[in-house]
Design a protein around this ligand. Structure first.
Ligand code: DQA
Length: 160
């Protein structure tokens, strides 16, 4: 069973009321619930975390090293300038998919740069809350093709 940590960055706690024309009307708790349903259907363990604080996000990446096989992260505005989060992802060494609700490449120029992208296996942007769903699907596909399955335990004693 895969274990996946989803991390939501700053201001995403306000989804639903925050600039709905850009980010949609689905709230963060509704997104997390939809992802939980997906995890149950697909049979992977999911944990979700949100913080408005850079250091707390760095800590969450570090803590994921203890149990997660991969990360899905929407670092919000930190995407564009947080070398600390970029380094945390690189240091953790966990396959990470970067997601954004909006298409950051079609918005203001400062959003076109992602400093975390080089530390991630890929990026999904522009599909509203479904970017998270697509990110999880992409991560699981990546894990299935890059990480060898845990070997089935064998009987230790030779049968005679
Ligand atoms: C965002 C895009 C960022 O530029 C912005 O600062 C956010 C949300 C997105 O999901 O589209 O907070 O990451």
């Amino acid at each position: 069973m895969w274990h996946i940590q989803v991390i939501h960055g700053p201001n995403l706690n306000l989804l639903g009321q925050r600039e709905p024309d850009v980010y949609g009307r689905v709230t963060l708790s509704e997104i997390d619930e939809r992802l939980r349903v997906y995890a149950t259907t697909e049979g992977f363990e999911l944990r979700t975390f949100q913080s408005n604080h850079e250091g707390a996000i760095v800590d969450a990446v570090h803590q994921a090293m203890g149990w997660a096989d991969g990360l899905v992260i929407n670092a919000g505005a930190y995407t564009h300038y947080s070398y600390a989060i970029r380094d945390a992802i690189a240091s953790a060494g966990l396959p990470t998919v970067e997601v954004h609700l909006s298409n950051i490449h079609a918005r203001e120029p400062f959003r076109h740069t992602s400093v975390i992208a080089p530390a991630c296996v890929g990026q999904i942007a522009g599909f509203g809350w479904q970017s998270y769903h697509l990110g999880l699907e992409a991560l699981i596909g990546w894990l299935e093709t890059h990480v060898p399955p845990t070997p089935t335990p064998q009987a230790t004693a030779e049968s005679s």
